[in-house]
Design a binder for this molecule. Structure first.
Ligand code: HAM
Length: 417
């Protein structure tokens, strides 16, 4: 019996793989331009890291984690996100002794046991950035600039909307939550079951509710942005004018609180305009390092869902001409010719020329037919006459033009320039 892949997972290959590599290349360019350090951390971590770091009451921890006991009886979880893991690594490796800011980027798979929808998978990939050691709004600005830059470089900037909000610091948020609860309490019986649970456990998340009856009640609820302390309010104003100066368009969405518990002050999300799904999100998390046992370290970061970015690139046909082309396909008379010219082919490959040749014992005719079908720039034909004279026919597949070339590395390279 055949074994199928697991729900919510995919095999990525051929044309899709080319798109992934194209996006990954853009990401590496951006990471380099902003002088970020790549970090790779384990796929699995102690379950407690996410329970404490992301928050026991979040959907991610409560409902969506892939958690199991390993053979040593430890509770292990496949990472549902990477911020907590990088904070663990930051503390464990003593990065707080490095000069601030310490800036990391990553591109990695995450695992969430979620209901399948368009753009929602159980195994998905994020490009993320975490910046440690700055409590200035300038770091928030930098993190937004990096993420926005990716959308720009992929031609997606006008397909998404950046929504920002501030959820305040522990002081002003505490006061605000009391105000919010006071407003909601008389309406609670008319709200959905999730809101009722969140009222005690995580009242801020009530603002996130998508149920219409709850939304109607929340229309007149006090909003955190109107209840910020002076420091949080100044930071938010500075961030807004910084974004304007950088010509990064944004809207303020007072209801964004984010689904992970570690945030404070700035939070933001990118929403795909035509699909109404989040393609990225992030914000500040000044208490997480301390909560996970490190020294107080302000931090900010974001994660962008690459599966969704790639979905957008395909939907908007923004991925023309990224298929990898073979430079030269060699059509060889027979096995003897094949073996004779392998050394030459190997030298060409070492010089960076992308060469393909038959390895299935196809006939000379079948190789010629195959060369016509594949996406290659040149075909190098070595038939009976050519073997005798140690030359080849080099055919330019775009123009159809054919020339004779000597069978040495330099003359072939010169002829395909
Ligand atoms: P998040 O909002 O949970 O944030 O995820 C970030 C992005 O990952 C989402 O906007 C979405 O594009 C993508 N994503 C999430 N779940 C799925 C899924 N099931 N299938 C496909 N894509 C998905 C975080 O994870 C934070 N760690 C981001 C962050 C970094 N905040 C600060 N630093």
């Amino acid at each position: 019996m055949k074994i199928a892949k697991q729900k919510g997972t995919r095999d990525i290959f051929f044309d899709d793989m080319n798109i992934w590599q194209y996006v990954e290349k853009k990401i590496r360019e951006i990471a380099n331009n902003y002088h970020l350090n790549e970090i790779r951390t384990p796929v699995f971590e102690a379950t407690e890291l996410f329970a404490r770091g992301v928050g026991e009451e979040t959907d991610v921890v409560n409902k969506e984690m892939y958690t199991f006991l390993d053979k040593g009886g430890r509770s292990i979880t496949l990472r549902p996100e990477l911020t907590a893991g990088i904070v663990r690594s930051y503390i464990e490796n003593g990065f707080d002794s490095y000069i601030s800011p310490v800036k990391f980027w990553y591109m990695a798979n995450m695992y969430r046991y979620e209901k399948m929808q368009k753009g929602r998978f159980r195994e998905f990939t994020q490009f993320g950035v975490e910046i440690f050691g700055s409590n200035s709004y300038l770091a928030d600005l930098e993190s937004i600039a990096i993420s926005y830059n990716l959308y720009q470089n992929l031609g997606l900037a006008d397909k998404i909307t950046l929504s920002i909000n501030s959820i305040g610091c522990s002081k002003c948020r505490g006061e605000y939550i009391e105000k919010l609860k006071k407003y909601i309490r008389p309406h609670l019986d008319n709200m959905c079951e999730t809101c009722k649970i969140r009222f005690d456990k995580n009242p801020l998340r009530i603002l996130d509710c998508k149920e219409e009856k709850c939304n109607l009640i929340l229309q007149n609820a006090p909003m955190i942005t109107d209840n910020l302390c002076k420091e949080c309010s100044d930071d938010f104003e500075n961030l807004k004018s910084g974004l304007t100066k950088m010509s990064i368009p944004f809207v303020i969405d007072k209801k964004i609180v984010r689904g992970l518990d570690y945030y404070n002050k700035t939070v933001y999300e990118y929403i795909a305009n035509d699909f109404k799904i989040a393609t990225g999100g992030g914000g500040r998390y000044d208490t997480l390092v301390e909560m996970l046992g490190g020294k107080h370290t302000p931090a900010v970061g974001f994660g962008i869902g690459l599966d969704r970015i790639i979905m957008l690139l395909k939907e908007y046909h923004l991925i023309n001409d990224i298929n990898q082309k073979t430079d030269i396909y060699f059509v060889l008379l027979n096995e003897e010719a094949h073996l004779n010219y392998l050394g030459l082919i190997s030298k060409l490959r070492n010089k960076g020329v992308n060469v393909e040749l038959d390895i299935c014992n196809k006939s000379f005719k079948a190789q010629l037919k195959y060369a016509d079908k594949i996406n290659c720039n040149y075909v190098c034909i070595i038939g009976e006459d050519e073997v005798k004279n140690n030359i080849a026919i080099l055919k330019n597949m775009a123009t159809g033009e054919q020339v004779n070339v000597d069978l040495n590395v330099q003359s072939i390279i010169n002829s395909i320039k």
